[in-house]
Ligand binder design. Structure first.
Ligand code: C5P
Length: 240
């Protein structure tokens, strides 16, 4: 079982490198993985990733690449050369795109390649509007299986789908859950939240937490408390 510190991903959803640095230094060595998403990357570009990597942090680059195979392969290669530890692509890009991404992820830091299945903001009806018939869970399972067979190391999905995915896909495949709220913290704009322990029990290998840590009066203590909850949670199905 991986170190519980390596199962918590802290989302740096801020608009400047100085705000990101302030949060990272408040957290200190309490946690190890930081997620750089579209907001911070659009503001600061790859230098913010280089700086985090140079300061000894693991970076999850969450840019959700979705394009033709050649373009995605090139972007994943450059991200791997930046030294990121994890990164995302959209599974809906298809097996050729996923294969190009997984080949490119063998370079540089050899990041864990995660496929986003169905965005958790989409309902069954929203999915049908895009031309996909059937339920979100069925499409999620289909895309997760496609991602695994194309060489991806895991998926990002909601905790609601995690139990079924873990049962279908078995062990040795990462399942990353956002939408996590420790008991007693505000839900903010998240509608369906689960606790760290519930996500781990369902079979998540990693959880993504943003504001409950980054907006806490003491981010380091908030991170340590969540890591402690991860360490004490019991997965119903083995994850590794
Ligand atoms: O602050 P909070 O814990 O809500 O941040 C959650 C992070 O996970 C954000 O970076 C958000 O973009 C991301 N995320 C999410 N829900 C999804 C996919 C990603 O909240 N379905």
């Amino acid at each position: 079982m991986p170190d519980p510190r390596d199962r918590l991903i802290i989302a740096l959803d801020v608009s400047s490198a100085s705000e990101a640095r302030k949060i990272a230094s408040a957290i200190g060595d309490a946690a190890s993985i930081f997620k750089v998403g579209k907001q911070l990357f659009t503001a600061e570009g790859p230098q913010v990733v280089r700086d985090l990597v140079a300061s000894g942090r693991k970076v999850f680059l969450d840019l959700k690449f979705h394009d033709i195979p050649n373009t995605v392969g090139g972007a994943v290669r450059l991200a791997s050369e930046l030294g990121v530890s994890m990164l995302t692509v959209h599974a809906a890009g298809g097996s050729k795109m996923l294969r190009a991404a997984s080949d490119a992820a063998q370079r540089g830091s050899k990041p864990l390649l995660l496929a986003v299945t169905v965005l958790t903001s989409l309902s069954d009806t929203d999915l049908q509007e895009t031309g996909v018939s059937g339920r979100v869970i069925d499409q999620t399972l289909r895309l997760a299986a496609l991602a695994r067979s194309a060489g991806c190391g895991g998926v990002v999905c909601s905790a609601q789908e995690t139990g079924e995915l873990r049962r279908e896909l078995g062990t040795g495949f990462a399942i990353v859950n956002p939408g996590i709220r420790p008991t007693g913290t505000p839900t903010d704009d998240q509608s369906r939240v689960v606790t760290p322990a519930e996500a781990i029990a369902a079979g998540a290998s990693h959880i993504v937490v943003g504001r409950p840590i980054t907006a806490a009066a003491d981010p380091s203590t908030a991170a340590r408390s969540i890591i402690d909850q991860i360490a004490r949670a019991q997965p119903l199905t083995p994850v590794a």
